[in-house]
Design a protein around this ligand. Structure first.
Ligand SMILES: *Cc1c(COP(=O)(O)O)cnc(C)c1O
Length: 424
């Protein structure tokens, strides 16, 4: 099936007389007739549901749809994008391990890695994603277990060269994990460029209506864990908490997601409610129509902003001449990467704040990437924990405004931007 059809019909195929919409299995548990049957489920010998923390049919149907959109073999839903990135890395790393990570990533992920996972003993080296392969190579250590980046960085808008990062990761015997939240699999599918594991905050465009917080991890099934058994004993060697089972030997290409479920979800429990999974699915059914409109309106507005005298700069990889435009053309469907851009107003931090406070149709909210247009000032909001030095490394000048273009008429949005510019 083509991608637009998967958005609508993927993951759930109703049999004759069954509900056409994915049913919400709002239940903690599932009933069985014999002790042995339940014992086989606990031993992972038989497939089946027994407790929603480990698996639920609603969640599974939605995960399956996202896996097929990304071109992966298996996926798991999580209760947030944060949980998805935490699990994606922690499924490969324990204390004493190391991660090579793009410096241009979402502020929440930066804190997760640089503060909380460091406390668990996982070390990070942050690299400039635009650096040469030879420079990035210097960040690798013998204990490096994965590479992490964002397809389109939130909020800086930097587009990652996926092939460059995938080649470096594979040369060092480790997988590449990409957070693909902003483009969604409709506009970019990182697995096609060599990425091994894809994560999402479904909170954003996939849901698209700011109705739930959720995440997803998709495995391409392409990374051969057994070839690098010394680096990934958790996936290859017998697991004592499952009677000596080896994930790679027993589950093959599904090993990474099975381990994520049976280990991390079992122990940390960041599951989404089946009702939230249902909402994610409603979003997915129109994602292909919505994201293209977001991207098209954003390109129109970026071009308009660029022509305004009071606007100091505009970063949007969809703009011809933007330094990431080449990567959009290479890696994306269409000529616009998503609906999010950044810009600054002449007069610096104070002028940008005055401008934002004058907007009427476009709201000031922490959210991004949904139907309602909104703005955020990262230096005062999401990234306020970062020092000026760290802000610079993350590509965030103090005057930066992040604009998320929604699904309103772009002419109304331009009119609002115009009247706010007059106030500056
Ligand atoms: C929002 C976001 C996250 C975190 O997702 P939550 O659902 O808010 O936990 C992770 N990565 C990116 C790129 C995001 O935009």
């Amino acid at each position: 099936m083509k991608i637009d059809t998967i958005c609508v019909q993927g993951g759930w195929t109703p049999a004759c007389g069954e509900p056409r919409q994915v049913p919400i299995y709002q239940t903690t548990t599932f009933k069985y007739d014999t002790t042995q049957h339940m014992a086989d489920l606990f031993d992972l010998k038989a497939p089946g549901y027994f407790y929603t923390r480990l698996a639920n049919p609603t969640n599974d149907a939605v995960a399956k749809k996202i896996a097929s959109l990304e071109g992966g073999v298996a996926a798991i839903l999580t209760s947030s994008g944060q949980a998805a990135n935490f699990f994606a890395v922690h499924n490969l790393c324990s204390a004493g391990d190391h991660v090579v990570c793009s410096a241009q990533i979402y502020g929440g992920t930066y804190n997760l890695f640089n503060v909380s996972l460091r406390k668990l003993g996982i070390e990070y080296t942050f690299v400039d994603p635009d650096a040469s392969p030879a420079t990035i190579q210097k960040a690798f250590r013998p204990n490096t277990k994965c590479v992490f980046g964002e397809t389109v960085a939130n909020p800086s808008g930097a587009v990652l060269d996926i092939e460059k990062f995938a080649k470096l990761a594979h040369r060092n015997g480790v997988p590449l994990i990409m957070d693909n939240t902003f483009p969604t699999p409709i506009l970019c599918r990182p697995i096609e460029f060599g990425c091994d594991i894809v994560t999402h905050a479904t909170t954003k465009y996939i849901d698209g209506h700011s109705s739930q917080v959720g995440g997803c991890i998709v495995d391409s099934g392409n990374f051969d864990w057994t070839k690098h058994a010394d680096k990934f004993p958790g996936l290859v060697e017998p697991d004592a908490s499952y009677h000596g089972l080896s994930y790679a030997k027993t589950f093959g290409k599904q090993a990474y997601i099975v381990k994520c479920t049976t280990h991390l979800m079992r122990d940390f429990g960041a599951i989404p409610s089946p009702f939230n999974a249902f909402l994610v699915n409603l979003g997915l059914e129109s994602l292909h129509v919505r994201i293209r409109r977001h991207a098209e309106s954003a390109l129109k507005i970026a071009k308009w902003l660029k022509a305004q005298k009071k606007v100091a700069w505009v970063h949007f990889a969809g703009l011809p001449g933007d330094k990431y435009n080449r990567l959009v053309k290479k890696q994306f469907d269409g000529n616009s990467p998503c609906g999010v851009m950044t810009f600054g107003i002449k007069g610096g931090r104070a002028a940008s704040i005055k401008f934002m406070d004058s907007l009427k149709v476009i709201g000031i909210v922490t959210h991004v990437a949904d139907a309602w247009s909104c703005v955020l000032h990262p230096a005062s909001h999401t990234h306020r924990q970062l020092t000026d030095e760290q802000l610079k490394a993350a590509g965030i000048p103090p005057d930066l405004i992040r604009l998320s273009v929604g699904l309103e008429d772009p002419e109304d949005l331009i009119a609002d931007l115009r009247q706010a510019l007059k106030s500056v």
